[in-house]
Design a protein around this ligand. Sequence first.
Ligand code: ADP
Ligand code: MG
Ligand code: MG
Length: 866
Amino acid sequence: MKQIYRFNEGNADMKDLLGGKGANLAEMTSLGLPVPAGFTITTTACVQFLKQENYFEQNLKKDILEAIHQLENETGKSFLTNEPILLVSVRSGAKFSMPGMMDTILNLGLNDIKVKAFAKLTDSSFAYDCYRRLIQMFGDVVYGIAKESFDKILAKYEASFSKNATDFSIIEQERVIEAYKDLYYIQQKEFPQDPIEQLFIAIKAVFHSWENPRAKVYRQLHDIPFNLGTAVNIQTMVFGNSGEESATGVAFTRNPATGEKKLFGEFLRNAQGEDVVAGIRTPQPLSELKKLQPNAYTDFIHYAEILESHYRDMQDIEFTIDKGQLFILQTRNGKRTAQAALSIALALVEDKVITKKEALLQVTPTMVEQLIHPVFDPKALEEASLLAEGLPASPGAASGQIVFTAEKAKEFHEKGRKVVLVRQETSPEDIEGMVVSEAIVTSRGGMTSHAAVVARGMGTCCVAGCEALTVNEENLMITCDHQVLTEGDIISVDGSTGRIYQSKLQTVTPISNQKLQLLLSWADEQADLSVRANAETLQDLTAAIDFGASGIGLARTEHMFFGENRILEMRRLILAEDDQEFEVALQRLLHFQQDDFYHMLEITNEKPMIVRLLDPPMHEFLPKDEQTIAELAASLNKSPTKINKQINQLHETNPMLGHRGCRLGITEARIYQMQVEAIFTSAIQLNQNGYNVKPEIMIPLIAEEKELIEVKRSLLQTIEDLFKKYDVTPFPFEIGTMIELPRACMTADQLAKEADFFSFGTNDLTQMTYGFSRDDIGKFLSIYKEKGILPEDPFQSLDQTGVGQLIQTAVTKARQTKSDMKIGVCGEVGGDPQSIAFFQQIGIDYVSCSAYRIPAARLACAQATL
Ligand code: ADP
Ligand code: MG
Ligand code: MG
């Protein structure tokens, strides 16, 4: 097996084998760019090395020696003996760039004797500068001796000799080097004098660095597989530190912050390697190179253009100028902000460099999310003091005064103040307070907790499950470590990172709406899946349509029973002791809901809207605290004792598995009938006024075909009666079911006989399949993740192997019964790119997610087809 490729043997498509850096060095070599000669040891060799003892000695050594020998021939220089001296760099480079994870060693091959010869050949200070750097980098990378301890020694000598290191005499330089070696000595290490030994040890260290903890954490964070290994590049040194005619620098072919088409970079004269980024001296902007080194500058412009048009993307280029001669040392697709990514992708399409499809791959769904939400000014963030970190539940950034109750939130808001609602967790009763808050913070609950779901729906920034905060709602106080915050204190909340800061921070909105709309229109052309919204308030429905929803996949009707007047009627209904009282409440609720549905359907009109009938258990609508119970008793003209008793009777041990969903629709058919009456009278009215509404009714929590038959029968009767009553020609409508129980998945062929459509409720389905309570998963999820038991929160990204299999089975079974059955997914994972890719594979028709996730989901749906 070939384990080593010279730069002139590989190409850019060999990233698996040669790593990103190696593959691009090879590609640039074949493009004829001035790349110092070298070779790459493959990632496969690294993997073997990490698996097998003695692999290096038995299988790799010989090949490396041969490659070095070839490099000596190619360059006409000598690595092993003295003159002319060949020095090399040993550079790590995995398939995916892992910045700062694995280090590079420069100037390898120097030793006590060769440095003297090198000094004679060049000039002494430069040669010793290289040697000193080698000893430092080698100590750091190979033996883990901190860079800073070397830096301290150098600073001490610079002070005592009162000059810069570059001006040291040979004797002074040797003093520093001795001191460096003492550092090794203290750690019982030695700097190897044999160049070959240096090389072997360095290569092994780079291989091993694949497994260092920092690299592991980075891979975990960025979903990079652990079994890839890193390649190692051995490359002839060129010297940016060989005098004032030399320099080293980095440049982007476009501005990585804005996307502007203009070379953007920096360089440092008489410097090497990481000096530019290390901030030792202030680098000069690239434009100044034009005056200092016009030839090298012109060459650079030329090569940068070649590289960008060759790779058809913005490039991040590392270069070095050695006594006026330019060398290119690395190129890769440059990292960029969301705004830049969007601008660059569109500009490249306009210039016919890339296709629309390729443009869709240059922007990520996360970037799209950033483009529609404000973020904190990066400069402000640098100086901000972090208070705590929780789950990034809903993106966005906002500052405001802390309040602990929904009432206070409203009160402050009415006085024109900006508030952040901080609670242990939120409940439906907090809605009005949540609406007026700039941000929402909870100390408990996960990514699908009430706060998280509602906040995402509203596009309000939210950090959930911030366990570091102890929220004392009674005493209006937050404690965090030793700090105490009280009502009115200002905090800043970053819902994209989960971080909470202690002061007010400035925000910026990098929005570029027209550009985004253009890109997303290309996405829609490409996508198979369409994107609907989970929305029910008029505000959310409007936002959903603005964000390009093809319809509404889930309008929950729960909220229609909250709100000031309604909740009383709902409570009256639940607590009714005779039919008359029940009917009174029902008629009033009907009145409210008719009005609601009229306005909702008016907004969506021809676009489909799935309305889900009442789902939660009854007691969620009942008050919990004594005072509200007393008030309720007064309004209903009952005794508080009586009400307390009724509430106790409604109590359930496992409400999530209790008297809810279609079970309510069956035991008390009049509630569902009332809802359907409200929907259809509104629809009839609208259609008479020239609208084209086709209601879609969804029945929740079906487990058994007969449940569906029962509910449907009663609803069809209601609808038929209404058409008669208003004397209108029946218009098309659909009655479907939510699939959110494992039994429903397994009997989907039977359910499909009765249902016009299916929509997978992945939140409940995941809860019911795993047996994980959505509201309690926060207590153990982080430990499960740490231990690698769960790679991620299954409520956020679909568990494809378990829940996904159930869904796939259900889809197959349903389409056996009805081949053209319309099947969607509503629930949090509907907005998750990875889950979307899975839904694409199994033939789902649409996903539905909260309004503010729609733009990102539209892009993800397009990417799923590419
Ligand atoms: P990283 O992956 O951290 O960017 P690199 O392998 O690119 O590490 O090395 C960092 C820097 O070291 C390069 O940008 C370049 O300035 C310098 N360098 C690496 N190899 C050489 C070489 N053969 N000659 C001169 N400088 C080099
Ligand atoms: Mg680099
Ligand atoms: Mg549900």
